[in-house]
Design a protein around this ligand. Sequence first.
Ligand SMILES: Nc1ncnc2c1ncn2[C@@H]1O[C@H](COP(=O)(O)OP(=O)(O)OP(=O)(O)O)[C@@H](O)[C@H]1O
Ligand SMILES: [Mg+2]
Length: 509
Amino acid sequence: MVARVNTVAFQGIEVLGIDVQVQMSGGIVAFTVVGLPDKAVGESRERVRASLHALGLALPAKRITVNLAPADVLKEGSHFDLPIALALLTVMGVLPDVEMARYVALGELALDGALSPVAGVLPAAIDALARDRGLICPEPCGGEAAWAGPGLDVLAPPTLLALINHFKGSQVLTPPRPRVQEAEALAPDLRDVKGNETAKRALEVAAAGSHNLLMIGPPGSGKSMLAARLPGLLPPLDPAEALEVSMIHSVGGLLEGGKLLRQRPYRAPHQSASLPALVGGGSRAKPGEISLAHQGVLFLDELPEFPRPLLEALRQPLETGKAVVSRANHHVTYPARVQLVAAMNPCRCGHLDDASLACARAPKCAADYQSKISGPLFDRIDLHIDVPAVSPADLSLPPPAEGSAEVAARVAVARAIQAERYAALAPAGRAPPRTNAEADGELLERVAGPDAAGRTLLTEAAERLKLSARGYHRVMRVARTLADLDGVDGVRRRHVAEGLSYRRIAPGR
Ligand SMILES: Nc1ncnc2c1ncn2[C@@H]1O[C@H](COP(=O)(O)OP(=O)(O)OP(=O)(O)O)[C@@H](O)[C@H]1O
Ligand SMILES: [Mg+2]
């Protein structure tokens, strides 16, 4: 006899249906799992055996074969424990065959039969609803499964025993309720930053249009401080974005307590991060920092300290908004539409502009230090700003009147203007851009084409500054954001001029 239970495998955030088949037959007593299982899946045999033992059931002394079909897809992760156990219980006659066919199951088993949380419940739930099936998942993941919609039948038992009792009718599992992460109440405020007005303005522009930003300045001038205040300026995710971002975090196993994310992600990986940790992949396919920061901020502090191959690997995702990870026999794509914020010192000692503090090697060391950032990466950054040291006089001033709340309000208005504009203009059938940073090609020309005076300025400056075609378009996008912050329809000369002021010539060149 063969029993079947539905489960899933993940390729990026795409869900593939997997059929868990269990056959019990005569012959030499054995328990084998076939169908390209990775080590975690292979080990599930021991956890399943122990969980059944905890229920007071012994595996029949027969030849048991578990097949995970289709056989050519690599099965990764620990979520195959539950479907394998359910298929075994079905073939043993403990669970009803017909009921099982209506569900997709995923979960990890502890040795005592408790169900432990697993990655990917949210995309699995959305897929199950689309296929008109219910979902069985561990209790801690119930909150995220419930987000798929009220039409989804979710069973989120704490233990295998509770599930069996539910199917036998002796215990009723209450449907889980959707849960959302609370916003952090104590995010740092922009009011703490004294002086540095240009940098604060640039931070506001970056937040409004989701532009990439590079801050260059001496040690202790407030670069890390400014970057930490960016999340406080960004509006929360809208419902569609929240689902999209939470799916990636779910597949990465990072959705705490099964709660949906509402705040924009802010990821600040350390310089020692590995390539798979940053762009995704590794022995088990997982989204990297750049995908976990999707629709939010990726902050790279001390940019030149990151190894060069790591920075170069960011070039493609920054341009396309997708991170492509090569696997043994296929490619996996994760969304990676991020706002890159980076901070660096101008040279190794950091005091290039102050002869009294600079080391003996200045200015030569600056060229060496800054050339660690390649031209193409530099070109992808819309706003380059100098963050000079704050004077003691500025530091002794009372806190500025304007804080994060006031700036965030202006950013929210500018973002709403952009979302409305692009929703009306984007071609049918394609997801419209949400911010100016995403606008491209003909659409960009239509919305961000400056007036005659602005056009002349842009052309002349582009020639003088030797802007690349990408640089030219990035100035147009920033100018569009400046016009949106101003609340005017057309891009004027003053917007182009300010946009150009944020564009420095690549350092060390
Ligand atoms: N503009 C400012 N207003 C108030 N305090 C500031 C300002 N700039 C820096 N500070 C103080 O200096 C500390 C260090 O700032 P921060 O870490 O942001 O410097 P940094 O520019 O990132 O330096 P590094 O290049 O060494 O990383 C802050 O925690 C804060 O106490
Ligand atoms: Mg710093």
